[in-house]
Structure formats: structure tokens, C-alpha cells
Design a binder for this molecule. Structure first.
Ligand code: THU
Length: 152
């Protein structure tokens, strides 16, 4: 992807994630997370974290997005944008301007699930505080020397 196009696409991906934050189901942690997954065909599949009274049954936003996509027959991914904040932040003026207090890095299990379906050297993980404030990593940077399908 050309650098300019890439920047625009990552902005769009971040905006898609930010727009889903209010849909998170988080009655226990009160911490909203949303993700937007860019598929090779150009589609964007979003996900939110969904908690459960039996805490271990909850699922992270990144895995919701990836499992939604895979269950729709998509397995080829280019990038994922992740955003998160405490629920109380959703009532602030900052949030209405699209600004979050901090970046929300993906948990270890989500990184491993990304590893299953992506090339760690090219798959991009975008951590965003707003559409203009992004930190971009490859999966390899966030999950060094990882175990994947070809290790079996
Ligand atoms: N969470 C995510 O959705 N993604 C992550 O990668 C980190 C954590 C969720 C899980 C739980 O619902 C809440 O954030 C607090 O841990």
C-alpha cells in the first residue's frame, strides 16, 4: 500500500473502532474496548468486548472481530485498530471529540489469535488515542518469536 493511502486506511479503521466503543458489554470491568479488522478484500469487521457474569466466559474486542470475520469466511487480514477506555470516559467532552486518555494494547491471548491468521511480519496493529494519534506495530514486534501453525 502507498504510504498516503496507508495512513488514510488506518485513520478509517481507527474511526470504525471508535464508533463501536459504546456497544461494549462491560458491566463488570467498566472498561470498553473496540477493534476494527481490515480484511484483504477491503472489508472492515468490527468487534467489542463482551463480558459475562461467569467472568472467564467473556471475550475481548479483538477476538470478537477476528472470530466474526473467520465465521463469515474471511481469513486474510491486513491490520487491526484497537481502542479502549474506562466507561466513565464515554460521558466526557474529550470522548465526544474522539480523544481517549490512553492506548489500549491487545492482551496476550488476542495476539496469539492474530498469529493464527496473519503474517506477523506484515500484519499491523494500530493502537489509537484518536484518529490522529496512532502507534503502529507489526504483530512480530508485539509477539516476538511466536508459536504458529507452521511450528506443528
Ligand atoms: N479487553 C479487550 O477487549 N481486549 C484486550 O486486548 C484487553 C482487555 C477487555 C477484556 C475485559 O472485558 C476488559 O477489557 C477489562 O480487562
Amino acid at each position: 500500500m502507498a504510504k498516503n493511502t496507508e495512513a488514510k486506511v488506518y485513520e478509517e479503521l481507527t474511526a470504525a473502532a471508535l464508533a463501536k466503543l459504546t456497544d461494549s458489554y462491560v458491566p463488570y470491568s467498566h472498561f470498553n474496548v473496540a477493534a476494527a479488522l481490515l480484511c484483504r478484500d477491503g472489508d472492515i469487521v468490527t468487534g467489542i468486548n463482551i463480558e459475562n457474569a461467569a467472568y472467564g466466559a467473556g471475550i475481548c474486542a479483538e477476538r470478537t472481530a477476528i472470530f466474526k470475520a473467520v465465521s463469515e469466511g474471511k481469513k486474510d487480514f491486513e491490520a487491526i485498530a484497537v481502542v479502549g477506555c474506562r466507561s466513565e470516559h464515554l460521558a466526557t467532552e474529550e470522548y465526544k471529540k474522539g480523544i481517549l486518555p490512553d492506548y489500549c494494547p491487545p492482551c496476550g491471548i488476542c495476539r496469539q489469535v492474530m498469529r493464527e491468521f496473519t503474517d506477523p511480519n506484515s500484519f499491523k496493529i494500530i493502537l489509537a488515542r484518536s484518529v490522529e494519534d496512532l502507534k503502529i506495530y507489526t504483530l512480530e514486534e508485539l509477539l516476538v518469536d511466536s508459536f504458529g501453525p507452521e511450528n506443528l
